[in-house]
Design a protein around this ligand. Structure first.
Ligand code: FES
Length: 112
């Protein structure tokens, strides 16, 4: 991942909804997603620790019905939104890969 790479505009985020973005370092490509909760936002790689496959049910839909956890669409593991820790399912005790980001003038970008 490239430091300072633009990902999202803060003004486009909606509470309890997710957005995705594809990034590339010129060799590898990956998808990231962001979710805003209680006016804080969290960015993760769209990859389940169980198999490495994508998490979303349909593009951009990552949450369970109650909208209180991220849920893998393949085997239904549940992850806490604020730190990506898996609390239930095949990869319990593991965590989503979090992306460190920073915000500059409303632009959310990679910070590591
Ligand atoms: S692939 Fe996510 S729980 Fe199995």
């Amino acid at each position: 991942m490239c430091k300072n790479q633009f990902l999202f505009n803060r003004k486009d985020l909606i509470e309890s909804e997710c957005k995705t973005v594809r990034i590339s370092d010129g060799v590898f490509e990956k998808e990231l997603f962001i979710i805003m909760l209680n006016d804080s936002y969290f960015v993760y790689e769209n990859s389940c620790p169980h198999t490495g496959g994508p998490l979303d049910w349909v593009p951009g839909q990552f949450l369970n019905l109650e909208k209180d956890h991220i849920q893998c669409s393949t085997h239904y593991a549940l992850f806490r939104i604020n730190d990506g820790y898996c609390v239930s399912g095949a990869c319990a005790g593991q965590a989503l890969k979090r992306v460190n980001v920073k915000e500059v003038d409303g632009a959310i970008m990679i910070d590591d």
